[in-house]
Design a protein around this ligand. Sequence first.
Ligand SMILES: [Zn+2]
Length: 116
Amino acid sequence: MGACILCEEQITNPLCPERIEEQMSTWLNERQPELITKFFEVSSEIISKNSSFDRCIIKDKSMNICPYCYSQHILHWLLSISPSWDLLKEFFLHFDYYREHLGHSLNENSPGRMSS
Ligand SMILES: [Zn+2]
């Protein structure tokens, strides 16, 4: 697989954004269906950039945006609309792709993050 065009890290998770979009929209549709139209709008900003020779093993579609960058994009939008804390918690529970992203660990328990 190649590198992500947004963060330039090698893509190690073979899930394409379309597949994650499916999972997120299913989840959001159950939780807050009124957000689903806007979700697809925000999502397509990323999906439309997604074209390369790499292919998702599940959908056999091209991919060059990593799951982390896709979920970050959605997360930024979610934060911008001031979601409920419960909704955010569920988002992190279901779509925690940042854990697999080297150099972008958001582990709150890691020591040495006191300053800055
Ligand atoms: Zn990326």
